[in-house]
Design a protein around this ligand. Structure first.
Ligand code: TLP
Length: 343
């Protein structure tokens, strides 16, 4: 049976060009900052995002956590969107690794109201923790790949600067946002002091994320990466795939967005589902199971028996993610599988 894997864009496999680059990569010991391929990737990433310096990390989670460790002290408070990846999916790392407390702001599909962000900032008071950082996620994962508009990012950044705070952007899928907005990623990154973005999602590299920011910030982040055991050695072998990802894989993300839209439109005709194609902006589709006789988990299990893999994101919702290894034909096939299910 052919498998159609819509669980995530993390399942993408490296391109032949990446494998070739990996084979021939020039390497050195990156803890000594002597791996030329890593140096190239970090500089390329920093340039694309309009920042001074970059740091290559094994995962997006480590990138976000190292950023928070670098911006905060124990006992600080960090403002995050209530459904953000850093809060929802990073195993409580903010509490454990940075010793910070989290204050959440509920957004509209991940888009926070800047007025609410401002009112979540602590005033000076002996009883209160000190707010140190505001985090934004673009595109927003649990918001269904929602793009945070540029104006919203600017307003939140202005709030932060009025209060002398830093902004970290979880831009795991920043290029999906920039393609949707038809803007350079650096335009979005202007409204953040640090940005983490992933090479291993829609861009299809096998491993890795970059954290970018000012040179002093990255120097400190490099130290924390080492503390977490993320100092790597001849890692140009995988960084080389990241270079290919940044050079060749950004513009094709539009194809994933088009496929997600096509999928959402097709699924509108499935009686036991609710889906709103106008909400699909990038490469994710959130569908709601409206049948009282089946939970999202049970539906996902039934679909997997037909070769269609997806993840339930709540008792009533399923997330479908399009990516480089899914073509238009497989989208049509997926719609047919949904339509063919009997329960
Ligand atoms: N997201 C994964 C899962 O962890 C949920 C996925 O399948 O979408 N920020 C955002 C917005 C993310 O979506 C992810 C991964 C990360 C950070 C973490 O990246 P990794 O998986 O490299 O640690």
């Amino acid at each position: 049976m052919e498998i159609i894997d819509l669980r995530s864009d993390t399942v993408t496999t490296p391109t032949p060009e990446m494998r070739e680059a990996m084979y021939y990569a020039k390497v050195g010991d990156d803890v000594y900052e002597e791996d030329p391929t890593v140096v190239e990737l970090e500089q390329l990433g920093a340039n694309l995002l309009g920042k001074e310096a970059g740091l290559f990390l094994p995962s997006g989670t480590m990138g976000n956590q190292v950023a928070v460790m670098s911006w905060t002290r124990r006992g600080n408070e960090v403002i995050l969107e209530a459904e953000s990846h850093m809060y929802y999916y990073e195993v409580g790392g903010l509490a454990v690794l940075s010793g910070v407390q989290v204050r959440t702001v509920k957004g509209e599909r991940g888009v926070m109201n800047p007025v609410e962000v401002e009112s979540a900032i602590r005033s000076p008071n002996i009883h209160f923790p000190e707010t140190a950082l505001i985090c934004v996620e673009n595109t927003h994962n649990r918001g269904g790949g929602k793009v945070i508009p540029l104006d919203n990012m600017r307003s939140i950044y202005e709030v932060a600067k009025r209060h002398n705070l830093s902004v970290h952007l979880d831009g795991a899928r920043i290029f999906n946002a920039s393609i949707y907005l038809k803007l350079e990623a650096s335009e979005l990154a202007k409204y953040a002091d640090s940005v983490m973005f992933c090479l291993s999602k829609g861009l299809s590299a096998p491993v890795g994320s970059l954290l970018v920011g000012s040179s002093p910030f990255i120097k400190l982040a490099r130290k924390y990466r080492k503390m977490l055991g993320g100092g790597m050695r001849q890692v140009g072998v995988i960084a080389s795939a990241g270079v290919v990802a940044l050079k060749t894989m950004i513009n094709r993300l539009q194809e994933d967005h088009d496929n997600a839209k096509l999928l959402a439109e097709g699924l509108q005709e499935v009686p036991y589902l609710y889906v709103n194609p106008t909400e699909v902006e990038t490469n994710m589709v959130i569908i709601e199971v409206v049948s009282s006789s089946m939970s999202a988990g049970a539906l996902a299990r039934a679909l997997s028996k037909e070769g269609l893999f997806c993840n339930a994101t709540s008792p009533s919702t399923i997330r479908l993610v399009t990516h480089k290894d899914i073509n238009r034909q497989q989208i049509l096939q997926s719609i047919a599988i949904f339509k063919g299910l009997k329960f």
